[in-house]
Structures are given as structure tokens and as C-alpha cells.
Design a protein around this ligand. Sequence first.
Ligand code: URA
Ligand code: SF4
Length: 198
Amino acid sequence: MNLEEIAKEIKDCKKCPLHLSRTNAVPGEGNPKAEVMFIGEAPGRNEDLQGRPFVGAAGKLLTDLLESIGLTRSEVFITNVVKCRPPHNRDPRPEEIETCFPYLERQVELIDPKIIVALGRHSALTLLKKAGRREGSIMRIRGKILKIRLFGKVRMLMPTLHPAAALYNPKLKPLLEEDFDKLKELLGKRERGLEEFF
Ligand code: URA
Ligand code: SF4
């Protein structure tokens, strides 16, 4: 099973009620060998219309943040916890997350990124919960590199704020930038061979 086959399955998926209201499922996109994987919460309106992740205003900010640290969208992999847009952008329900989760699990296993960046509280808390960890506040854990046992192995997770949150409240933007700088530093250390950093 490769990423394209998973994407095809997602596009035809009817396993949860979100398939009823979607225009397009949004499997995610990017480099199958990405070192960094970004996981948002769920597709929004633009994503649903285009079938691609983070293509609206929040996506523009994400793209800019990536470029500010010398990365392009095609170098990384971008996806969401649930692959279909919840009606009126409501939060995905626990049973929808549960039903959709095996797709994300297979994507993470195949890509096997060096680090997963959780975009926003919902994504971060969902992944931490799966790893058996309970962390209440995104403000306390953002920008931290957490080692968690997720999908069968120990993985690095960096929670950060959702780009949409920084658009809503511009005071949060410097925090998001700070977290991306942290990511840049981390990836730079890898390139210089300082594996022990991990
Ligand atoms: N917000 C998300 O969480 N994911 C998207 O793909 C777009 C906006
Ligand atoms: Fe299938 Fe996930 Fe879409 Fe639900 S949200 S229909 S489980 S792809």
C-alpha cells in the first residue's frame, strides 16, 4: 500500500457521516519521504472545494511560514486528522476522528517523518491522547519537542498554534514564528549530523 493508494481509498471513503456533506475528501499532499509532516485538524471550505489541504487563508500563512524557514510545501507532507470537512466547520466528533484515524496512521507509518508538527490544539491533543498522554493547554506545550510513542514507535512531536488562530488574533503570530524557528533549528542540527539531538 503506498500513499497514492491510501489517497484513492480516502477519496472514495464512506466510513463516517462526514462523507455525506463533503464536496471532496482531502487526503493530504507532499513529499512521500518528508522529514516533516504537518497535521491540521480538518479541511475547511476551500480545502473541501479543491480536495487539497491548507489552500485557504490559513494555508497561505502556513506556506509563508514554511518558506520563511527555507522549506517548500512540496518538501514536506501536509494533511489533517480527519480527511473530510465537518459541516459549517464544526469540530470533528470523537467517533469521526476514531473512524478516520487509520488513514493518518498509515500515512505516518509510510512517510515515517523525523518530526510531526501538530497544527493547533485539536490536532495536538488528539495525537497526544493516542500516545496515552494528557496535556491540557496548547500554550504550555507549543514549540516543545515531545517524544511520544505513536503508531508503533517513538516519534518527535512539536505542537504549535493553528495558523487560523494567528489570523484571528495577530498577537499569536510571533509565537507561531518562534515555533517555526525552533523547527528550523532542529532540522539544521540534523543536517549537520547532530543526531543525538533527537
Ligand atoms: N485548517 C485545517 O486544520 N486544515 C486545513 O486543511 C485547512 C484549514
Ligand atoms: Fe472516511 Fe475520514 Fe471522510 Fe469519514 S472523514 S468519510 S472516515 S475519509
